[in-house]
Design a protein around this ligand. Sequence first.
Ligand code: GDP
Ligand code: IMO
Ligand code: MG
Length: 427
Amino acid sequence: MKIDVLLGLQWGDEGKGKIVDVLTPKYNVIARFQGGPNAGHSLEFNGIKHVLHTIPSGIFHSETLNIVGNGVVIDPVIFKKEIDALEKMGVDARKNLHISKKAHLILPTHRLLDAASEAAKGLAKIGSTLKGIGPTYMDKTGRNGIRVGDISRPDFMEKYRFLVEKHLEMLRHFDFKFDLNEVEPAFLEGIEHLKTFVHIDSEHVVNKAIKEGNSVLAEGAQGSLLDIDFGSYPFVTSSNTISAGACTGLGVAPNKIGEVLGIFKAYCTRVGSGPFPTELDNEVGEKIRQIGREFGATTGRPRRCGWLDLPALRYSIMINGVTQLIMTKADVLSGFEQIHVCTHYKIDGQLTKDFPFDIDPSIVTPVYESLAGWNEDLTGIRNFKELPATLKNYITYIENALEVPITIVSVGPDREQTIEKAVVLIS
Ligand code: GDP
Ligand code: IMO
Ligand code: MG
């Protein structure tokens, strides 16, 4: 068996949580491979919406093993809140959620450093989720981090204090007020809570699962355009969000990757700072934001909205080796007379389909093609054949432009509001 990967092709929030939940019955194992509580993965069923930050989106299927991989960074405080929320819904995650001993911990001082760094940047801020993601990955690559496996060691508190002292020294360089005593008790309580979960060598568990013929889906967080190497740097997150990240974030070899499911919205959104070539900073963008309820699942911030960007999608498909596409939020575009799609960028008067080094609006001008829209409410449609002809045309147009088939079209946030256009291949 091989391991499939589902990941976002845009700037995050493509609907990964919903689709992973929908696909979970096809898999034995769902594993998160990177990111942390900067992610907000929403899924909806029986009229209730759930938002997960650290926990994989397969958690509502009790027969599926959910793994938080070594590439993930965990805030024990947020993790406890997620578990408490699940318990309230009658979900006992202790049974089917295992955590890698190699996953790194987000300390309260990582969050403070994130906030201090953003405040110091002023207008040039990244627009981080302030969850401490950047500083935690910096400590990981700087070889100072503390991992889940460390919390049961006798010298854990010593290690913790040593790193906190280092952070306090760093914080002195910022003009930033904070009170560590206010946030530390919850962290230590979170550590005790985290100890009650099963900690595993997830690389062994995942590889054994594959070897024994079990199906595994790796769930990405963020999106390819937020990737630390290939995203719109420096306005990116601090991990590899692309399919290669599943190899390092779970300990699986590249030749063990099977299907790569790339998910995108029928339009485009971005939350936080950074260039966004097809952004609609006008009433059309506002209309998409309102209809699509485009407000962050983690921070509540309004998401910036714009038209679909094919050069960006083509780039993401190339970097990830996408084999199947999933399009979400088609329902949100109902009622737009014309739908615009960016087919090329104009750079120095030249048309290109390639995603360049710099996508700043001063350098890149998007070139659009206009397609007829549709008026029908799609949210009750469950069969591809019943979709309006103009939407089918939009789908075919995208498939032809990107040379990858779309297998799922999502027409609403609920599990049920999902149309399998073609058989979803799994490894
Ligand atoms: P993720 O981070 O990729 O999991 O996506 P988010 O959960 O942050 O954002 C996607 C939002 O769109 C959530 O509120 C979902 O409930 C919602 N959603 C997902 N698919 C659809 C869809 O097809 N139509 C509509 N209207 N909403 C959707
Ligand atoms: P999901 O998994 C959308 C964005 C932040 C900011 C940048 C860096 O729900 O798709 P960070 O806190 O990672 O240092 O922030 O990345 N960002 C996301 N945007 N969806 C996400 O996750 C995001 N996670 C981080 O807004 O611009
Ligand atoms: Mg999200």
